[in-house]
Design a binder for this molecule. Structure first.
Ligand code: DQA
Length: 139
């Protein structure tokens, strides 16, 4: 049984209600319940969300020496946060960067990731299924 932490960053608490044309209308809670049930034999999946950059960093520190992998949707901090990049480099757990939308098909500022180079891999553009694909990669 692998221990996997999903971390969602800013504005992702509004999934299902936020820009549904871009991010879909499914809530993360409903998706997570199905993901946990589907993978219950293979993974213990813990979930954390914060809109605060430092709380995301604290969570990476808390789990990064203990868990088998981290699935991180850092939201807009993806494009700005060297501190998150440093946190990812500081821990041994592999981190997969995920995005619901295809960031490369959107505004130019979303084409840059400050964290991708520190991550084990990147999944984007598959809607909420991006998280499941990241989980498959970690398992
Ligand atoms: C996002 C893409 C980011 O550019 C954006 O700031 C988000 C969500 C995604 O999952 O598609 O908040 O990470």
């Amino acid at each position: 049984m692998k221990k996997i932490q999903i971390i969602n960053g800013p504005n992702l608490n509004l999934l299902g209600r936020r820009e549904p044309g871009v991010y879909g209308s499914e809530s993360f809670d409903g998706f997570l319940a199905v993901l946990r049930e589907t993978y219950k034999e293979r993974a213990q999946i813990d979930f954390f969300q914060s809109n605060i950059e430092g709380e995301l960093i604290n969570r990476i520190h808390e789990v990064g020496f203990d868990y088998d992998g981290i699935i991180l949707n850092a939201g807009a901090y993806t494009h700005t946060s060297i501190a998150l990049q440093d946190a990812i480099r500081a821990v041994p757990a592999p981190v997969v960067e995920v995005h619901i939308s295809n960031v490369h098909a959107r505004e130019a500022f979303r084409h840059v990731s400050m964290i991708a180079g520190a991550c084990r891999g990147v999944v984007c553009g598959f809607g909420l299924d991006s998280y499941r694909l990241a989980l498959e990669g970690l398992l």
